[in-house]
Design a binder for this molecule. Sequence first.
Ligand SMILES: *Cc1c(COP(=O)(O)O)cnc(C)c1O
Length: 361
Amino acid sequence: MRAGLSPEIRKQVRPSVEHLDAYDPGFVPAKIVLSANENTHGMPKAVHQKVMDAITQVPTNRYPDPLANKLRAAIAEWQGVKPEEVLVSNGGDESLFNLVLAYGGADHLTVNVSPTFSVYELYARMVECPVVTIERDPETFDVEIDQVAQAAKDASLVILCSPNNPTGNTIRQADVARVCEACTGLVLVDEAYIEFADAGVSAQPLLEDYDNLIILHTLSKAYCLAGGRVGYLLANEQILEALEAVRQPYSVNAFSQAAALTVVENREAFQPAIEDIKGERDQLIETLNDIEGIRTWPSQANFFCLRTDQAHQVWETLHDTYSILVRDFSVAPGLQDCLRISVGTHEEDEALVAALREIVG
Ligand SMILES: *Cc1c(COP(=O)(O)O)cnc(C)c1O
């Protein structure tokens, strides 16, 4: 935990920053890292080599293409949209920030569906957006759609995460449509983990019907490029134009553009590992749920949530005794005694199960 800003600095910062804590990924070194929802299988070797080769060709003395047009065209073709309907960013995180920067502000309400990715609220508060929080069902983590649709009426931005981080569940297409209809502002569906979900889960087909819908994807998770920082938005051209105006022109560096283009061109090579992770996930959730004292939730992502008594101590023992790092949400609102665990390789998952059997069982 951070101590917070000193009183002197507190007087100097922008008022909205006074009480903000920096985002803390909760990383401490461990042999088995299952804490950040990365693709634990790593990039296919042949693709990794191609990425490295592409990077060596990048001229370092020239600025990158601000809009990453080659990459943008490749993504557009992949996703079946026009290049103008794609905006590439320095990780999905940059897009999340630029969205509230362009569309938020003091009288611009953001609707957040909690528990969810904490970054949404952090960024919204940073730019003085009032945040209306709609709680999920405390048992199932389902979105309370009537409440969200009601709150959406006055919102500049509604943020829906599907599959939701950290609970792993999704929102139905029909519910997204309902929010788009209710909302006079924009509706963002953050699909950072969509590649791990069942076919038909994505809200992307709704882009054709709703011009206030924005979809976020990233290459950080399924496509093994968390270190490269490349994400993208899909939305209508007019929405993206405002984001182009607020973004830092060179936010996506030339190395990352080259790496991401290679990844997108070789995306089929990632599919076997994605399928493997989905299988591992379902197996792991079932196996752990059978341990007395552990409750797991189903997940459509490459991570899942579990609840167990004394979760913080379990987290600590996992780390200190077994060198397994997971994410501790045990004191987060709505997530009491919950841990979030990324799916590992088969060996890592076996080690996790064995450790949890000893600790909890
Ligand atoms: C990881 C993640 C992102 C984006 O991550 P980037 O690495 O910045 O692309 C966005 N939303 C959620 C919910 C995430 O978990």
